[in-house]
Design a protein around this ligand. Structure first.
Ligand SMILES: Nc1ncnc2c1ncn2[C@@H]1O[C@H](COP(=O)(O)OP(=O)(O)O)[C@@H](O)[C@H]1O
Ligand SMILES: [Mg+2]
Length: 367
């Protein structure tokens, strides 16, 4: 009996995506079903970035289809469909994607909060419902950089302590759809951050958000450990300087030892390196480390290189994440980093000094 597309659909209806709980037919993930004789090929297109689960889904679908009596070879291609913001408007993403991203560093002042704001905004611009949480209790920088400091009524600590509901503390960004900020307290002490308290809130957020970005304090103080403990991904922010790189190396060790994933023997936290405040001219002069040098010490995948740029200060002065300044090189670099995180292949830019214009060279010569 010849195989039909509906035979294949019937099998696909019985297996569910482990990340969304939906079967591959009702989620419209199964596409391009091709039957040649007894051989079958199809695509599974996921509505979320899913590099880490591609192999698992491929094996699951393949083995289910191979049980069809008389079937020949089965080829399953799994990929993600990343939809741009404008197309995405009004379309719901598949629920249930759980991605907690900790933004961490060994040293302070390297650009974690700048990066959390820019990266989180970048994810929201791509249509992902994103929440950025400020874990740096006592400093409260994130709401300033996001330009929502006047709208803070309740904060993360209030919610942990049961003094406010999560919905009362979440601030919805006025510029970018799908973007929310959970500010922290400027005055309370850090002891309020307990693993249970933080875990409960993250669980609640996970029901609603595609990505939760945790802006950590530097080093391994309590707030940082809390953010790292629950993380699925860690973005390690590093400046091209020896001390910053060394301290980042130490943090990598902590992540692999003290995260929930390590504790429970799960797949390790995915590490990403974000080199910030990169000044190609100073690198050429040997005053800063080259990207290659940084990568030699921190052997983790490079998510992006953000150049030193006056646009960062300008943006933070007006409470705007720099990624919204898409004319600036720093803004573009963050946009690229988001694309890479979502699985796109994007060449690194801003590594070489900008070519000086004729006038500029002339002025330099006479200066
Ligand atoms: N790419 C960059 N170019 C220029 N200045 C930057 C850049 N990234 C961060 N900064 C500046 O560095 C300082 C520290 O940044 P911040 O994001 O608060 O770091 P952290 O959260 O790691 O302490 C801020 O004054 C910020 O404006
Ligand atoms: Mg900070």
């Amino acid at each position: 009996m010849a195989l039909t597309e509906s035979d294949i659909q019937n099998v696909l209806k019985t297996i569910t995506d482990p990340n969304t709980g939906k079967d591959y037919v009702s989620s419209k993930s199964a596409r391009n079903i091709q039957i040649k004789g007894n051989d079958l090929s199809l695509d599974i297109v996921l509505g979320y970035p899913a590099k880490s689960v591609i192999a698992e889904i491929q094996a699951q679908v393949k083995s289910a289809l191979e049980h069809i009596p008389g079937i020949g070879s089965v080829t399953v291609n799994v990929g993600s469909r990343i939809v741009s913001h404008s197309v995405q408007r009004g379309v719901q993403l598949l629920p249930g994607v759980k991605n907690i991203i900790a933004v961490a560093s060994g040293k302070g002042g390297v650009g974690k909060t700048t990066s959390s704001a820019a990266f989180g905004t970048g994810l929201a611009l791509r249509g992902f419902k994103t929440c950025i949480i400020d874990f740096d209790v006592g400093l409260r920088n994130l709401d300033l950089i996001m330009g929502c400091e006047r709208r803070v009524v309740f904060d993360f600590i209030n919610v942990i302590n049961g003094e406010a509901r999560l919905s009362q503390a979440l601030i919805k960004d006025k510029r970018v759809e799908n973007l929310y900020i959970l500010p922290t307290s400027q005055t309370r002490d850090k002891d309020a951050l307990t693993p249970e308290g933080v875990g409960k809130i993250l669980d609640e957020l996970k029901k609603e958000f595609d990505y939760i970005l945790c802006d950590s304090p530097a080093g391994i103080e309590k707030g940082a450990l809390m953010a790292l403990y629950w993380a699925d991904h860690a973005i390690i922010v590093t400046n091209p300087e020896v001390s910053s790189v060394r301290d980042s190396d130490r943090i990598l060790g902590v992540i692999q030892a003290k995260s929930r994933r390590a504790e429970q023997g799960l797949e390790p936290v995915k590490e990403h390196l974000l080199v910030t405040r990169y000044d190609p001219e100073r690198v050429e002069k040997g005053e800063m480390l080259k990207v290659e040098d940084v990568l030699e010490i921190l052997a983790i995948p490079l998510l992006g290189i953000v150049p030193e740029s006056p646009a960062v200060l300008k943006a933070s002065n007006v409470g705007m994440p720099v990624v919204l300044d898409d004319k600036s090189n720093a803004g573009q670099a963050y946009g690229d980093a988001v694309g890479r995180f979502l699985g796109e292949t994007i060449e690194h830019r801003f590594i070489k000094p900008e070519k000086k214009g004729f006038l500029d060279r002339l002025l330099r010569r006479t200066a």
